[in-house]
Every structure is written in C-alpha cells, then in structure tokens.
Design a protein. Structure first.
Length: 403
C-alpha cells in the first residue's frame, strides 16, 4: 500500500472518529464528498478500521527522499488516532501516557518548591496585603481593555501582526479572516480554519482582556499563528504536493503540538520584545485608554509570570490522574497560576474538556523555540523567519524536533 493510499485511509478514519466526538476534527478542507459520506459507525467498527490501518502502515516499505518525514509523521498520526479510539472505548491512560500517545511528548515535572521561588519573586514585585493572586488581580485590573474599546485594540493588533508577517511570508492574495466576539467558552481565543485561506477568529469576552493579550491572541490565532499555519499547509502540502492527510486536522494529534507551539513562539517572532513594547506603549495603550507610563513595570510582572507556565500542567496531571479532587485543583491554580476563583474554574473546565492538550502550549512553545533557534543561529530576524516558515510547510512532531 502506498503512502497516498494510507493517507486517504487515515482521513476516513479521522472523519469516522469525528462522528463519535464532535470536537475531534478541528478543520477539514479535503474532498467534500468524503465528509458527506462519513457515518457514525459502532465504536468497535471504528477500532477495527484503526487496527487495520496500523497494520497496513507497519507493512509499508520505507519512504525515500522528500517523503521520509512525511511517512514518519503519518505513522505517528495513525497511532495517535488509534489511541484516541481506544480512549473512547474506555481504555485508561495516565496524563503522561495520554500525552505521549496523542502528542508524542511528555511534560517535564515541576515541583511546588520550584514554583514557590517564583511566587516569592512576584510577591516582591507586588507588595501589599492579602493573597498574592488577589494582589495580582488588583495590579492587572489597571491593564484591562475596556469592553467598548476591545474591538479597536484587537483589530489594531491583528492588523499589525498581519503586516509584519507579510514582510517575511508570502501569503495568498485572497487570504482573509472574520472576527467575532463570543462568551461562555473555556478558551480565550480560537481560530476556526474554514479552508481556501479563510478563518473565523473568535475572542471570548467572559473576562476582561489584559492589554498584553491583544498581541498574544492576534499573533497566536492569526499571524503567524493558526491562520497562517493552516493556509500554508493547505497551499503547499495539500494543493501542491497532494498530501491529503494534511487536509484534516484532528485536535488531539501530534500536529496539534506543532500548531500550538509554533503559534505561541510565533508571538515573539513577529513581535520581538523591544518592538512589541514600543507598539503597545505607542499604539495599543492609547487605543485602550490606559496609562502607557506603566508598560515597563507591567512586563516585569509578565516575565515573572512566564516562569509559572508549567504550573498548569502540574495541576492538570494531578487532577486528571485522580491524585487531587476538583476543588484542590482550583485552589492550586489560584495559588500557582495566580488566578482568581472564577478564572481558575474556567481553566479547570478547559482541562476537563481537553485533558493533556495543555502541554502543547508551553512545552510546544519551548520545543519549537529551541529547534528553530538552533537552526537560525546568529542569522538574525530574517533567518528566524526563514526557519519558522520552513517548519510550517515541512511539519515535524515533538520527538522529531527534539531528536
């Protein structure tokens, strides 16, 4: 069986799994009739499809030339789909076993002692009385974008990230996105890729958005993040090469690790720190009606907060592995992610919905960063953009980037 045959069977398997779990297929821009023909089959039959595909892949002869990486990544995706079907059928996996099976990666272990040192640093930056998460909420309140100014701020941020990205990546002339503001979601922003270089970007307004989140979401969901990730894959991998496996994006798959990791790291690629600070101080702060004189202090706190990134993974692992109950998980997020109870509860809802997916944001970013910066060397921003773009059109999994 050829790789193209295996790829087609893989797409049909993912579509079949999507009939069992409506959130599994995040994007699809393959043949319309394949999606129309997908039926909700008994799980046992879907598992049989997965078993057959795994066996067929293992018998496939080694690829050569430009298809070596394709074969490796397709194999990982077939095995991840197989693992997800087994989970749907009730197979129990630990947090680490699940992340390895689905995302080809395991989050590093962090301890409360390590995190306590960061809390001490933040306590010095945020002097005062009361719990540290309460002091953090009071501090960040001064940097919240008023709701009636949110669209102006976010639109300016995404226009700037798009203009900067176009300097380094050749985007299709017809690429476009539509922007919506929504409520009652477990995420802060989402890109729904619609195919034909078009996306729907949604921003959740359940909670006030801090000024830094405008650039974060504009870059992560849009440019050079998810929107660019998908449109380049559609153009170069699906349309030009005919690699049909890239016409479908299962949310719980090794490609999600690269998608989230590159979208997070892409923020610093499109907005180097000094340039970002200047843009926010001179453009976004005034648009939001905020005091721009405090931008340096704000980012001192934001940099320290980054050191708590893996706290969420620690909490998710303990909670999902049954080591702590829900209320204890919320309390740990309040302490180590410095969130108020409502935000911590929203985060737990995200963890409950997406489980070990949480590792794709922080570990994904760190792995992509290390991989790309090794390759860019001392070549500066132009070299970094070059290797960044190459990674989007020559995808690699976590282990392939770490190897």
């Amino acid at each position: 069986m050829t790789l193209n045959n295996l790829a087609q069977s893989y797409v049909h398997l993912v579509l079949a799994i999507g009939q069992q779990d409506s959130g599994y297929v995040d994007a699809y821009y393959g043949p319309a009739e394949w999606k129309e023909q997908a039926q909700k089959l008994p799980l046992e039959q879907v598992l049989a499809m997965a078993n057959i595909l795994v066996a067929q892949f293992e018998k496939c002869p080694p690829a050569a030339g430009g298809e070596v990486l394709r074969q490796q990544l397709l194999g990982l995706h077939i095995r991840a789909a197989h693992a997800y079907v087994r989970k749907l059928m009730g197979e129990t996996m630990t947090f680490d076993q699940e992340s390895q099976a689905l995302y080809d990666a395991v989050s590093p272990t962090v301890t409360e002692a390590q995190l306590d040192g960061v809390l001490a640093e933040l306590s010095d930056l945020l002097p005062g009385e009361g719990a540290l998460n309460t002091r953090m909420a009071a501090f960040t309140q001064a940097f919240a974008i008023p709701r009636d100014r949110l669209d102006a701020v976010f639109s300016a941020a995404i226009a700037e990230s798009r203009a900067r990205t176009k300097q380094f990546i050749d985007l299709p002339d017809d690429e476009a996105f539509r922007l919506e503001y929504v409520t009652d979601q477990v995420w802060s922003g989402y890109n729904w890729y619609l195919g034909n270089s078009s996306s729907l970007i949604q921003v959740n307004t359940d909670f006030p958005m801090q000024i830094s989140r405008a650039v974060d979401l504009a870059s992560h969901e849009g440019y050079p993040g998810h929107h660019v990730f998908h449109l380049l894959g559609e153009k170069h991998l699906v349309r030009e090469k005919g690699w049909v496996e890239y016409s479908i994006f299962p949310l719980y798959s090794p490609l999600a690790f690269l998608s989230e990791g590159s979208a997070n790291y892409g923020i610093s690629v499109v907005f180097p720190e000094v340039e970002r600070l200047a843009f926010e101080r001179d453009v976004l702060f005034p648009l939001a009606g905020l005091d721009a004189s405090k931008v340096e202090r704000y980012y001192q706190v934001q940099h320290a907060m980054q050191k708590l990134s893996y706290a969420g993974n620690m909490v998710a692992q303990r909670y999902l592995d049954g080591a702590i109950p829900r209320d204890a998980a919320i309390a740990l997020l309040m302490k180590y992610s410095l969130q108020e109870e409502a935000r911590a509860t929203q985060r737990i809802r995200f963890i409950e919905a997406n489980r070990s997916y949480v590792i794709n944001y922080n570990l994904g970013q760190d792995v992509v960063k290390a991989y790309l910066e090794r390759r860019a060397g001392d070549g500066g921003q132009e070299a970094l953009w070059k290797v960044f773009t190459e990674l989007l059109v020559e995808p690699r999994s976590a282990s392939m980037m770490q190897g």
